[in-house]
Design a protein around this ligand. Structure first.
Ligand code: NI
Ligand code: MN
Length: 226
């Protein structure tokens, strides 16, 4: 399985001959190295409805035919725009041909802002546990620290966790270090930082302080093979 990081919360997974793109915020993401016109995902997974996570989802899905897996309200909203969706909800899991997806909860908001400023309610925000080839990836999504991260860490043998460290909109580095201890992943990758001035962080310093597992600040475009 190959994992690559593309700035903000954008993570790509290659497994079972499929390409899975999580939270493809490409247009307007100054850190992102992907081209929304040429990415070729088979599947798009979304943690929640905020624009900095839904990003280019609809355009990519229309061009490529990628299926979008998201929490129910967000999936229904996106499905009405003419793309294939698979709605799920918190605590539910489903085994697809590309791997198993389970949504965890996350403490955050979830709404989509239309171009005219209208806010659309998109249900609960979540995190994503993805399992394939005997490996489990936890994309924590946008969230504060919450104690059930300990339960999630105890219940799952997590290989790689993508944890937000930006602060302001999500947990910051101090809380993310506690989250890393609770999640107990082999590798902890900081995400959701440096995209905007209010979430600038020292990801290398965070990675060095991770005590449970190994902290690894991935460069944009870098690939991790597990
Ligand atoms: Ni958000
Ligand atoms: Mn966000």
């Amino acid at each position: 399985m190959k994992l690559s990081y593309h700035g903000h919360s954008v993570v790509q997974i290659e497994t079972n001959d499929k390409t899975i793109l999580i939270d493809p915020f490409i247009t307007g993401n100054k850190l992102c190295d992907l081209d929304p016109e040429t990415v070729e995902p088979d599947v798009i997974l979304l943690t929640h409805g905020h624009n900095d996570h839904v990003g280019d989802t609809v355009a990519i899905a229309k061009r490529t035919g990628a299926m979008v897996v998201a929490l129910n309200e967000l999936a229904v909203y996106l499905g009405r725009q003419g793309i294939e969706t698979h709605p799920m909800n918190i605590g539910g899991s489903y085994t697809f041909d590309f791997g198993k997806v389970k949504f965890t909860h996350a403490f955050h908001g979830s709404s989509y802002e239309e171009e005219d400023g209208t806010f659309v309610y998109t249900g609960m925000p979540g995190g994503i546990l993805f399992t394939a080839e005997g490996k489990t990836i936890y994309h924590v999504g946008d969230t504060s620290l919450f104690s059930d991260l300990k339960m999630i860490g105890d219940m799952n043998d997590i290989d790689v966790a993508f944890v937000p460290i930006g602060d302001n909109f999500t947990m910051g580095p101090e809380d993310a270090l506690i989250a890393a201890d609770w999640i107990q992943a082999d590798t902890v990758v900081p995400v959701h930082f440096d995209t905007f001035p209010v979430i600038e962080q020292d990801a290398e310093a965070f990675a060095k302080q991770v005590k449970t597992g190994t902290g690894r600040a991935m460069n944009v475009g870098e690939t991790l093979e597990i």
